[in-house]
Write a protein that binds this ligand. Structure first.
Ligand SMILES: Nc1ncnc2c1ncn2[C@@H]1O[C@H](COP(=O)(O)OP(=O)(O)OP(=O)(O)O)[C@@H](O)[C@H]1O
Ligand SMILES: [Mg+2]
Length: 282
């Protein structure tokens, strides 16, 4: 695995931050969705505290509300009850201040733009005060960071799924967000590419110091990547366990073979089984 540069070359100076406070906090969060006059409680009493520079995964059965929780943390869905803060402000405000970067399962690149131009897209909208040269230079640096400098002029159709996700990650990192929120970003990739992307993401995390919130279905992916895994259960979704993962970093291919890895993934599997189909009682 190549070593990434230590800097992300911020375009602007980060605002003063209080490192003692959790970077992301959710307290008593509930979300109701109303459809055809019927209200469904999708999230129930979610409490979450994520440290600055943390790597937290959300895992739980399909349809349990992981994406909804991520959208609440990203300021895309307002909570029906409770409070959320990102870097001390409401998530929608944090998003407006470009402190949050998003990456989804589909890279959602513009098919007619090459990799370099796709990485430039958000910067061109946000950084009206920057010259074209500055934006191109930063986009090129971001592509170098994700190991795609040679693919700068290729169209998305000429890239593999893993390469397309790297472009999407470069596009998000180009905005120098404090938090990267990722919803099953490697879900559509084959098993080996997925493992390579996990190692790559840990390198990005190490070299940038971003806080990462990562939604996954994969037990191994959650254990391999995370400092902490939030285990969710259905009906309505809530967090049933906050599970620290004590495996040392850097985590590399051999990490999967460690006895501690098997212990952690076994425990996570049991928790997920226990949570499957459980009903909320409070
Ligand atoms: N905008 C919406 N309006 C109404 N219901 C919604 C909306 N978004 C999500 N839901 C419902 O909320 C529940 C949780 O959905 P969500 O997409 O958060 O689950 P998930 O855990 O991410 O699932 P998956 O693992 O399949 O991606 C589902 O029952 C879904 O149908
Ligand atoms: Mg989802």
């Amino acid at each position: 695995m190549r070593v990434l540069p230590e800097t992300t070359m911020p375009l602007s100076t980060s605002p003063l931050t209080d490192n003692a406070q959790p970077h992301i906090r959710a307290s008593g969060v509930a979300v109701d969705f109303t459809h055809a006059g019927q209200t469904n409680r999708v999230l129930h009493n979610i409490n979450l505290s994520i440290e600055r520079g943390g790597f937290v995964s959300l895992i739980g059965p399909s349809g349990c509300g992981k994406s909804t929780l991520l959208k609440v943390l990203a300021g895309l869905v307002p909570p029906t009850e409770g409070e959320v803060s990102v870097a001390g402000v409401a998530p929608a405000e944090a998003a407006r201040q470009r402190r949050i970067g998003l990456v989804f399962q589909e890279a959602a690149l513009m098919p007619w733009k090459n990799s370099l131009d796709n990485v430039k897209v958000l910067m061109e909208i946000a950084y009206k005060d920057k010259s074209k040269e500055e934006i191109t230079e930063r986009a090129a640096a971001m592509l170098r960071m994700v190991g795609l400098e040679k693919a700068a002029l290729k169209l998305p159709s000429q890239l593999s799924g893993g390469m397309r996700q790297r472009v999407a990650i470069a596009r998000a990192l180009a905005m120098d967000p404090e938090v990267l929120m990722m919803d099953e970003p490697f879900g559509a990739l084959d098993a080996i590419t997925r493992e390579e992307m996990s190692e790559f993401l840990l390198e990005v995390w190490r070299s940038t110091g971003k806080t990462i919130v990562f939604v996954t279905h994969s037990i191994d992916e959650a254990v391999f990547l995370s400092k902490n895994v939030q285990v969710m259960a259905t009906g309505p979704a809530r967090i049933i366990e906050s599970m620290p993962i004590g495996l040392p970093y850097p985590r590399v291919e051999d990490t999967y073979s460690l006895p501690e890895f098997a212990v952690a993934s076994g425990r996570l599997r049991r928790l997920l089984k226990e949570g499957h189909g459980q009903k909320a009682t409070s």
